[in-house]
Every structure is written in C-alpha cells, then in structure tokens.
Design a protein around this ligand. Sequence first.
Ligand code: ADP
Length: 228
Amino acid sequence: LSIASHELRTPLTPLHLKLELLAREIGDRVAPEHQERLHAHVQGMRRQVRRMGELINGMLDLSRIDSGLLPLEANQFSLAEVVREVVARHQEEAVRAGCEVSLELGSEGVGRWDRIRVEQVITNLLTNALKYGAGHPVLLRLTEDDEQVTLEVVDEGIGIEADQVPRLFQRFARAVSERNYGGLGLGLYITRRIVENHGGTVRVTSEPGRGSTFRISLPKGFLPEGRS
Ligand code: ADP
C-alpha cells in the first residue's frame, strides 16, 4: 500500500504544474470570448487532481498508521483558530454543496496537539458534513472544560442507520452506495486513530434522514511537547 501510494502520487505533481501552465497559456493566447469556458475546465481538473491527491494521501496515512509510523509533533495552539482556518479553506466547496457553514466557538480551546493531524481530523469531519449533508446547514461548535476541548460537527443530511454506526470507524467501512457517493471509507478510520493517539475520543449520534453529529474530545495536555 505504501509503495502503491507513493507511485500513484508521483505523476500528480507534474500534472498539477502542467495545469497551471495551461491556465497561463489560456490567459495569454486564447481569444477572450473562449477564456471563461476554458478556465472553468482547468478549474474542474484542478479539483480532480486535488481529490486524487487526497485519496492517495488517505492510503499513505493508512499504511503509516497500521505500521505504527505516524509520528506526532505536539505544540500549543488554539483549536478555534484551526477550525476557522479549515472552514475558510472550504468556503468554495461549501457553496458548491449548498451548505451554509456557521461557527459557535464559545472559547479558544488551547491545548497541546499535532496541528497538522488535528487539521486533518477537522477537514475530514467537515468535508463529510458537506458531502452527506449537501443542501443543508452545517454547524461547528467548540466547547471546553479544564481537561479537554470538544468539537462538534453537526449536519442535517442523510444520517446513518443505527446498525451501521459501530462499523464506520473501521477501515474501508462505508454505509452508502458507491454510485451515489465516492470515497474509500478511510476518513473516519484515520480520524479515530489520530484522535485516539492524542488520548481523545470520537463519537457520533445520528438519525437517518435528519442528520448526524460527530463529536471529538481532545485532552489538552496528553501529548508531551515535541515529537513522539
Ligand atoms: P468515505 O466518506 O470516503 O466513505 P469515511 O470514513 O469518511 O469515508 O466515512 C465512512 C462512512 O461513514 C461513509 O461512507 C458514510 O456512510 C458514513 N458517514 C460519514 N460521515 C457522515 C455524515 N456526516 N453523515 C452521514 N454519513 C456519514
């Protein structure tokens, strides 16, 4: 899996560069009346390249996690700040999904975690909410007590059947048809493993047809400062 994902990732960098070159040439050489249409094609291709990159990174993470090679680099930061960043980065995707995303950040939620991995967890939960809750509002709510910070991602989408819930956090587990929703079924598995490696928990409550709430709790000082 590790070799396959490295090999699959190799052509993506030149592909991405060629697309940027193409966009520039369209701007320089193509008649103005055709530019908008061609730029839209390039934009679509950029999205697909990004998507492919994400799928491959999921496989790479899986191979790292399962071989116990997912080092964490812990530093002090505010979870609320990361939530705001991740949401800002997904604004375009939210508009495309028809979701209004709102934030209820009651506090800054400062703790010691691996920022990149925590960003990845929030990204996974938010992109799932946009995917399975398309056309409905999404809410991210942050609360904290002395020990831990809790983030809830609430959607009003398709929800999950009760008997499927226990499987969802296992690898390659999916509760939707491939025809309607693409995906490898790795996001929640990776999310759970990252959260558990931080000494935290991830839970879901859901009602089919009404929506789902994913809740992660991260203890503030579980990891020692630095790499572990
Ligand atoms: P993927 O989205 O690639 O299938 P995930 O591991 O992120 O993989 O999710 C596993 C499964 O959990 C999904 O296939 C879907 O059935 C279900 N799921 C995850 N998030 C949600 C959500 N917000 N609402 C409904 N179902 C969800």
